[in-house]
Design a protein around this ligand. Structure first.
Ligand code: PGA
Length: 249
């Protein structure tokens, strides 16, 4: 993979258009000098039209409806997100899974995203780790149920590994790079089984969960991942830029 990828998951941290536009303009300027890293932003739906446009920084959705159309109050379809200017969609984030999204819904969102021309950024990750290694089964079954049967649609795909126990903590509680490396290899192996080797080798695997400027460089360099999905530390321009910087090759 030529470039590393850092995605800002703004959750509900950034909501005001003027602040968001300033952030994006400054980020775009900085990215001109970062040839080995790409940065994408997933703002709340309401900010997508204000931020989408030309330039190196792709804008995407944080979630999608599993449905294409119809009576689904409060939901936003993949085609609508695409029409608003999104280029990708985060799917299956643990906060969405905790809010009730099923494996079937996540599978359907991946399909809807791909059909609409959005790059699916599929999030997987276990809630806890135990000595018996059951977390590997969890990761494998989340990947298989989200992707199986849709190989032909998935020429573009990103997988974000986000262990739920490491999300929203301090950098010290993030996963250790040595533990991450083993999991990244397991995810790649599972992707080869589900998608076939050629397709699987093109999928960037990101790590997410308490990424900060301090641990970003070690997580990408020693953790064997192709980039990062950043929550809290992505909402402030300075810390996000430090993380992007730490991912330079
Ligand atoms: P965090 O969130 O960086 O605040 O842990 C990551 C995520 O939930 O995507």
């Amino acid at each position: 993979m030529k470039k590393r990828l850092v995605i800002a998951n703004w959750k509900m941290y950034v909501g005001a258009a003027p602040e968001a536009k300033k952030f994006l303009a400054a980020l775009k300027r900085k990215m001109l000098s970062h040839k080995s890293v790409e940065a994408w932003i997933a703002p709340p739906f309401t900010l997508i039209p204000a931020l989408a446009g030309k330039g190196a920084v792709k804008i995407g959705a944080q979630a999608l409806s599993a449905h294409a159309e119809g009576a689904h109050t409060g939901e936003v379809s993949a085609a609508m997100a695409k029409g608003a200017g999104a280029s990708f969609a985060v799917i299956g984030h643990s906060e969405r899974r905790a809010a009730g999204e099923s494996e079937q819904s996540i599978h359907d969102q991946v399909v809807r995203a791909a059909e609409a021309g959005l790059v699916p950024v599929l999030c997987v990750g276990e809630s806890e780790r135990t000595q018996d290694g059951a977390h590997f089964n969890t990761i494998e079954s989340q990947l298989a149920s989200a992707l199986r049967g849709s190989q032909s649609l998935l020429s573009k795909l990103v997988v974000a590994y986000e262990p739920v126990w490491a999300i929203g903590k301090s950098g010290a509680e993030a996963m250790k790079p040595s533990e991450l490396e083993e999991t990244a290899i397991f995810i790649r192996k599972t992707l080869v089984e589900v998608l076939g080797r050629e397709q699987a080798l093109k999928v960037p695997i990101l790590y997410g969960g308490s990424v900060e400027a301090e641990n970003a460089a070690a997580l990408v360099a020693e953790g064997g991942v192709n980039g990062l999905l950043v929550g809290r530390a992505s909402a402030k321009l300075d810390s996000f830029l430090e993380i992007v910087n730490a991912c330079k090759k």
